[in-house]
Design a binder for this molecule. Structure first.
Ligand SMILES: NC(=O)c1ccc[n+]([C@@H]2O[C@H](COP(=O)([O-])OP(=O)(O)OC[C@H]3O[C@@H](n4cnc5c(N)ncnc54)[C@H](O)[C@@H]3O)[C@@H](O)[C@H]2O)c1
Length: 328
């Protein structure tokens, strides 16, 4: 008589209920980890990054793992040891840094995304992986539709387009529930912006309050889709809370609209609130990346499928930024 022994397959690991955040020390992670810990409990949200930052609250207040997203085995081990059920995958090389080192941008953005999706497939995880408005190229209309052709001219944009394609592939072939938002430029105050083309919309506030002057690296008429961080975090959590059956073919990269303003309109709005603030516009190489992106996006799919609606307009965002930076 045969005796059977059940050997657990590596693909049968039961999903845990903890959350792993990659790239947690960056601009978005700094806000997202705080919100996730408030919702789910500090010990249930594991922050991770390829670097450590002395005195960063995440390294002292809750679980932190030093983890490169290029280390697939390391990621798998953290997921199993810490009983992770969901990954918020924020680790990436952003546009301005990525165009200076396209090879690193490819390796981290595409390689990291592949490792996250493989780990998710092997451990039955849910994934949140943001895309970007950088997936659009100059042929997209100024109000980019959800289904506009994606012909980015930057390496960063290409890696984000590939990330969306990988998410669709792992959903179709392996059932991995991976959701994403094409974030516009995000404006926040807790962490510095991380080397993107829209960093001017963050730097300008710090410069205005500290020096009363800013030299802006894009021209005054540059208009891009932007969003205040509180709206971006809420969008992220609302998308992850949405029932899977309500989500359609945009699941890997929803357009979400926030605020669309020119660099001059932003500077004027700050000058109305900070006496004597001046801004010079001295475009550099990042102008070309900005010029290749739309002014705003059509987010009707996000509105219809999971009820997206932004709350912050330009005035509310400028008030919130000045108030938060001043009091912190
Ligand atoms: N901030 C924005 O305006 C914006 C706009 C559109 C899309 N996004 C997307 O949102 C996500 C998060 O962006 P962010 O602004 O927080 O970026 P960021 O640059 O501020 O943070 C990224 C983090 O990833 C980490 N990292 C880099 N290489 C890594 C690796 N190999 N392994 C692990 N960690 C690594 C960095 O140390 C950093 O802390 C990215 O996918 C980005 O493309 C951001």
């Amino acid at each position: 008589m045969f005796k059977y022994r059940l050997i657990p397959s590596p693909r049968m690991a039961p999903p845990g209920d903890k959350i792993l955040v990659t790239g947690a020390l960056g601009q978005i992670g700094t806000d997202l980890v705080e919100e996730l810990r408030a919702r789910h409990g500090t010990d249930n949200v594991i922050a991770s990054d390829v670097r450590e930052m002395p005195e960063h609250p995440f390294l002292e207040d809750g679980p932190f793992r030093l983890l490169s997203v290029l280390d697939g085995d390391g990621m798998d081990a953290v997921v199993r040891e810490d009983e992770v059920g969901t990954i918020y995958h924020l680790a990436a090389i952003l546009s301005a840094t990525g165009e200076k080192d396209p090879d690193l941008c490819q390796r981290v953005n595409v390689g990291g995304m592949t490792n996250v999706l493989e780990t998710a497939m092997n451990n039955d995880l849910r994934v949140y992986a943001p895309s970007s408005i950088a997936v659009f190229g100059p042929d997209a209309s100024k109000i980019a539709a959800q289904n506009s052709p994606l012909n980015p001219t930057t390496t960063y944009g290409e890696t984000k387009r590939t990330g969306e394609a990988l998410a669709r592939e792992y959903l179709a072939n392996f059932g991995v529930d991976c959701r994403g938002i094409r974030y516009p430029g995000l404006v926040s105050w807790k962490a510095p912006a991380g080397g993107g083309t829209t960093d001017y919309a963050v730097e300008i506030f710090h410069a205005a309050l500290e020096k009363g002057h800013y030299e802006c690296f894009v021209g005054p008429d540059t208009r891009l889709p932007m969003m205040y961080i509180d709206d971006a975090i809420r969008a992220t959590l609302e998308l992850m809370d949405a029932p899977a059956e309500s989500l359609g073919s945009s699941r890997a990269g929803y357009n979400v609209s926030g605020i669309s303003f020119s660099a001059l309109e932003l500077a004027d709005s700050i000058a109305e609130r900070i006496d004597g603030f001046t801004c010079d516009f001295v475009p550099d190489g990042r102008q070309a990346y900005a010029d290749s992106w739309p002014d705003t996006v059509d987010d009707s799919a996000a509105q219809e499928e999971w009820g997206w609606k932004a709350e912050y307009d330009l005035d509310a965002m400028v008030d919130a930024m000045i108030e938060s930076i001043s009091s912190n």
